[in-house]
Design a protein around this ligand. Structure first.
Ligand code: FES
Ligand code: FES
Length: 155
């Protein structure tokens, strides 16, 4: 069936099989490979995107369910060609090592900071609780998200 999903402000219209996952639509049909597939079973959160402003694991829903919706991926975070404050903060605070989890962490961080620009440790840890990182031990991810919030408040 034909669907249209607006991804990072660009309408993407394709014929898709009803069983196609949103993450495959994003990576294959829209050619946006920043959204990662870590598990395909709703466990890791590497595939997290914003669907109409809310973080979702895009391996968990079908592309047809996003028909008519707005999706934001990690590629949509950059602002006028510059890093988003979250991306800059992850770089500054060593919020990543291998980087595989990072797109998902950035998207849940972005959704959190949209609601609460000064989250506590516990609030950040709760927000990222659906996202696994095998490298960092999470501390630097928490610091990165808090640092980005402070930066965004100042700007
Ligand atoms: S790939 Fe979607 S949760 Fe792991
Ligand atoms: S930085 Fe490697 S999984 Fe998180």
């Amino acid at each position: 069936m034909q669907i249209t999903v607006t991804i990072n402000g660009v309408a993407v219209t394709r014929d898709v099989e009803p069983r196609k996952l949103l993450v495959d639509f994003i990576r294959t049909d829209a050619a946006l490979t920043g959204t990662h597939i870590g598990c395909d079973t709703t466990s890791c959160g590497a595939c997290t995107v914003l669907l109409d402003g809310l973080p979702v694991k895009s391996c968990t829903i079908f592309a047809v369910q996003a028909d008519g919706s707005e999706v934001k991926t990690v590629e949509g975070l950059k602002q006028n060609g510059s890093l988003h404050p979250l991306q800059a903060a992850f770089k500054e605070n060593h919020g990543l090592q291998c980087g595989f989890c990072t797109p998902g962490m950035l998207m849940v961080g972005s959704a959190l900071l949209d609601k609460n620009s000064s989250p506590s440790d516990d609030e950040v840890r709760w927000a990222i609780s659906g996202n696994l990182c095998r490298c960092t031990g999470y501390m630097n991810i928490v610091q990165s998200i808090q640092s980005a919030g402070a930066e965004m408040q100042g700007s």
